[in-house]
Write a protein that binds this ligand. Structure first.
Ligand code: PAF
Length: 283
């Protein structure tokens, strides 16, 4: 496994490998890898001749009062997991190289970024789209893999890739959960043991809504009431948003149908967690 920090070196190697007909699979991450990332890496290993992992805590996708400084980092452990998953290249650019003085270009995906996390985190998705677009230019992937826990992020990246005719196949992979249902996230590391228990209310709400939907309930208002009630039972939890949206367009859903998205962001203490499910689809 090769570690590359230089943008120029990564890009010229990627271009040379493509010239040799190699199929590059790419997993962009901010590090502090968990089983969710490992599932992306394993799938990338299966589908690509060459597997590239990037680890870059992208400053431009964090708001002024967010957790950029304390975002968890553990390069040694990340490299161990990467090696176990068969990664060929770990790309670790420096922020100053990614955004040198004078940097002033941004990719903005308009409609899809207005609701949900886009409403709570202004500028966040411009930062994500810009870094992913830039990483695609550097790593030259044929295939890039993302988790569906960040459902809106995946929708934004798919839209950007299609709109800007980027020759990259974007693959969304299922949410990976802990044994008790908590969706895996690097930010789970912030939770105290009590908060870790409280955080299960997100999964409880998802399961309650899925059970109601399976039993025939199609009223968004009633499904919403039930999910909100479950989360409000948890004193440490504060709902940022909890919404039913069209799974493709992310427009507000009037009624629940197969493919309707239930998306939520909930603060547990100081930690903001997101989770989602598509009704009528596998969990
Ligand atoms: O999902 C993430 O870890 C990040 O948003 C991404 C896609 C690596 C961009 O910084």
């Amino acid at each position: 496994m090769q570690l590359i920090a230089s943008i120029a070196q990564m890009q010229s190697l990627a271009l040379a490998l493509k010239q040799q007909g190699k199929h590059i699979a790419f997993v962009p991450t901010m590090g502090f890898l968990h089983e969710g990332h490992a599932s992306l890496l394993r799938e990338g290993r299966r589908r690509g001749d060459l597997l590239v992992l990037s680890i870059f805590v992208n400053p431009i996708q964090f708001g002024a009062n967010e957790d950029l400084e304390r975002y968890p980092r553990d390069m040694e452990r990340d490299c161990r997991i990467a090696a176990e998953c068969g990664v060929d290249i770990v790309f670790t650019p420096a922020a100053a190289a990614m955004y040198p003085a004078g940097f002033q270009t941004s990719i903005s995906v308009r409609e899809l970024t207005r609701p949900l996390c886009g409403a709570s985190r202004p500028g966040h998705f411009d930062g994500v789209a810009t870094v992913v677009g830039k990483l695609f230019n550097i790593v030259q992937p044929d295939l890039a893999l993302f988790g569906t826990k960040d459902y809106q992020q995946l929708a934004v990246i798919r839209r950007m890739t299609a709109d800007l005719s980027m020759p990259v196949t974007v693959v969304g992979m299922p949410i990976v959960r802990e044994a008790d249902g908590l969706a895996m996230s690097s930010r789970n590391a912030y939770l105290s043991p009590d908060e870790r228990q409280s955080a299960l209310c997100l999964y409880r709400a998802i399961n309650a809504v899925r059970a109601m939907y399976t039993a025939g309930e199609r009223s968004v208002a009633l499904l919403l009431d039930s999910a909100q009630a479950i989360i409000r039972q948890e004193p440490a939890a504060e709902i940022d948003y909890l919404e039913f949206r069209d799974g493709e367009t992310l427009e507000t859903a009037a009624t629940a149908v197969d493919g309707t998205l239930l998306a939520m962001a909930v603060k547990i203490g100081k930690t903001r967690l997101i989770d989602n499910t598509l009704l009528g689809k596998e969990l």
